[in-house]
Design a protein around this ligand. Structure first.
Ligand code: ALL
Length: 368
């Protein structure tokens, strides 16, 4: 498990500004720069996952980038073939969901170390949009062959991704779908790999409703409101609540963040004294809601559900403090995107359809 300290290092180094060089040279320089100047061996693995020493003779490895030098028979010169570089650009690495995603991606790369290099990036917090835009720009400058991205905002990332595409870089959208209208107006298509968030949230909401009396007052904690997956989860919760005859008395954004959810929940509980349940669009916010209900002495009275299946919530479900969550298999989400990217690198004429990934209800009854 990557601890928070390591996560911050992952965050910090990609922001180092680098001198302008030609792309191939830039990529070599930056990889060497990270290795030589800053990254202790153990941490380098967090940044560059392709840095195992290859068994192949005449293979040089430079901080996650290995190039195979082969004798060119016709002129005796050395020719270099490089493995494709895939950049995974995620959201907040302070969120366990993305740490799990990074670990799944790293494990995949380690098994396919002869096929590609992986660079793992994330942003400071859930709302650091400009940080994510500049990460994409840096991945382009580094000469990434493909960018696999979980966008922090469904609209704001489209222009920079379009620029990446114009440079011939393959872009795969995972987790949070880019806005279809903005893509259309920019005249690009980007394949999406991720779950049906509305269906996942509906399943969680239905399980919650089965434990509540008819007409119970409930509130929703929304994610960043410009995120398509957050919007879909809200709709899924509303579907389940209205079908079961519950009353949604409030719905506010807590920006995907635990501490914000704590504050927002505290204020909602003050305004709505009869709230019987809180539906949080992710697990970080479910934990914030749990802190607030406990602080208000309502720990036993208010039911809470979330979305993500992070470890802290699994424990809270076992302990009976949180009722349910949805597992969207974060460890595999980036892997699906990377596999799509490798397919497109191997054959750029491949047309990639959107791919729906699994999402499952998690309760005390089925928690392993
Ligand atoms: C979404 C993910 C997770 C996560 C959230 C916070 O895109 O699907 O639910 O908790 O981002 O960034």
């Amino acid at each position: 498990m990557i601890n928070l300290h390591t996560t911050q290092l992952i965050l910090r180094y990609p922001f180092v500004s680098v001198p302008k060089l030609n792309v191939a040279c830039l990529r070599d320089s930056i990889l060497g720069f990270f290795r030589l100047a800053f990254i202790p061996a153990g941490l380098m693995m967090s940044l560059f996952c392709g840095c195992q020493q290859s068994e192949t003779p005449a293979t040089t490895t430079v901080a996650g980038e290995s190039s195979q030098s082969t004798e060119n028979e016709s002129n005796g010169k050395l020719a270099t073939t490089k493995k494709p570089l895939v950049a995974l650009v995620m959201k907040s690495l302070a969120n366990e969901f993305f740490v799990t995603m990074a670990e799944g991606a790293k494990a995949h790369q380690e098994k396919s170390a002869d096929k590609y290099e992986l660079l793992v990036n994330g942003i400071r917090d859930e709302t650091d949009l400009s940080g994510q835009v500049s990460l994409v720009e840096q991945m382009v400058s580094l000469g990434a062959d493909a960018i696999v991205i979980a966008p922090a905002d469904s609209k704001a990332l489209v222009p920079v991704l379009k620029k990446a595409r114009e440079q011939g870089i393959i872009v795969i959208n995972i987790d949070n779908k880019l806005d279809a209208d903005v893509l259309k107006s920019e005249n690009i298509t980007i394949p999406f790999v991720g779950p049906d968030n509305r269906a996942g949230a509906r399943a969680v909401g239905e399980h919650l409703a089965s434990q509540l009396g008819a007409g119970t007052e409930v509130v929703i904690l929304e994610g960043v409101t410009t995120s398509f997956n957050g919007q879909q989860r809200k709709l899924g919760f509303e579907d389940a609540m209205s079908a079961a005859g519950m009353k949604v008395v409030d719905s506010q954004s807590a920006q995907w963040e635990m501490s914000v959810a704590d504050q927002v929940t505290a204020s909602m509980l003050t305004s709505h004294s009869n709230v019987g349940a809180i539906l949080a669009c992710n697990d970080s916010m479910a934990l914030g809601a749990l802190a607030a209900t406990r602080a208000a002495g309502l720990g036993d009275k208010v039911r809470i559900v979330g979305f993500d299946n992070i470890q802290a919530v699994q424990q809270a479900i076992r302990d009976g403090q949180i009722l349910a969550t949805a597992d969207q298999h974060g460890d595999q989400l980036a892997v699906y995107g990377i596999e799509y990217a490798l397919k497109a690198i191997a054959d750029p004429s491949t047309s990639l359809e959107d791919k729906q990934t699994p999402v499952d209800l998690v309760t005390a009854g089925n928690l392993k």
